[in-house]
Design a protein around this ligand. Sequence first.
Ligand code: 13P
Ligand code: SF4
Length: 327
Amino acid sequence: MFTTVLPKRELAQREIAQGTLPLDLFAAIESLKKSLNAVILAHYYQEPDIQDIADFIGDSLQLANAAAKTQADVIVFAGVHFMAETAKILNPEKMVLLPDITAGCSLADSCPPEAFAAFKAKHPQHLVISYINCSAEIKAMSDIICTSSNAVKIVQQIPKEQPIIFAPDRNLGRYVMQQTGRDMLLWQGSCIVHETFSEKKIVQLKVIHPDAEVIAHPECEETVLRHADYVGSTAALLKYCQQSKSQGFIVATEPGIIHQMQKAAPDKQFIPAPPTNNCNCNECPFMRLNTLEKLYLAMKNCEPEITMSEEIRLAALRPMQRMLSMS
Ligand code: 13P
Ligand code: SF4
């Protein structure tokens, strides 16, 4: 699915394995930032070191806005492939680098373009609203893009008689249906990370920490959301725990966000919601593919670079622009 070929990738991996990287990666990255006129955009799910070196940290909507406004020549996107692709859709003339080109997304992958085209063809009267966690091909087949921050607001702006297909996340789609009272046809995609949380373990944690609030991302299943005191995007969860009077929070989203929560509210306690199995499956395996070493090498080698056909880019740009004007 990824369009980029990596002639220098093996060399970069060898450099990591041989330990021939600069000792002070932070200084080396800062220096490359200046020489390339680069900006580093990082999602809240990135490892703490990457968040700390980033020029801008945000949720999907904030990152799309930052990508749309940047004056830099090079965008280093510390996130997953669909996010870097979004930056490229908005900035065709800029170089967009993704530290690990294999950093995909299970949710985006759960909506293959051919199957989605066939599904869409069966419902020609429906307006297609797609969550930003999808490939450029799916965006190109959509009428409007949304993120977890603005999905409810966007659906509320659609006339009531207009039927809607919502893709690819069935959990966000179901949550938006509950919030808006709208019936929508849902593509049955999901995120492996947000479907891993255990309702039973969350309830056990609530018993141990009776004063803690449960805060959850709308990609979680209904069984988790029904225990949530607050549901929102990563940026909304961060803001909520700063403003709430509570001193403790059980956080049902990828625990990378806790780095910023702890920085913003150092006296409060943040407890990651546990996965069903005894694993680290609440950490996004795709987001965690990016490391500080790979970020440095991507900047040094100007690879891996995101590319796409101009036809797909232009088709994907239209629903992105509609989102930016509606949110
Ligand atoms: P946000 O829109 O909250 O950043 O969510 C992105 C994401 O990938 C959640 O899994
Ligand atoms: Fe995709 Fe889920 Fe990872 Fe977000 S947390 S990038 S939706 S796999």
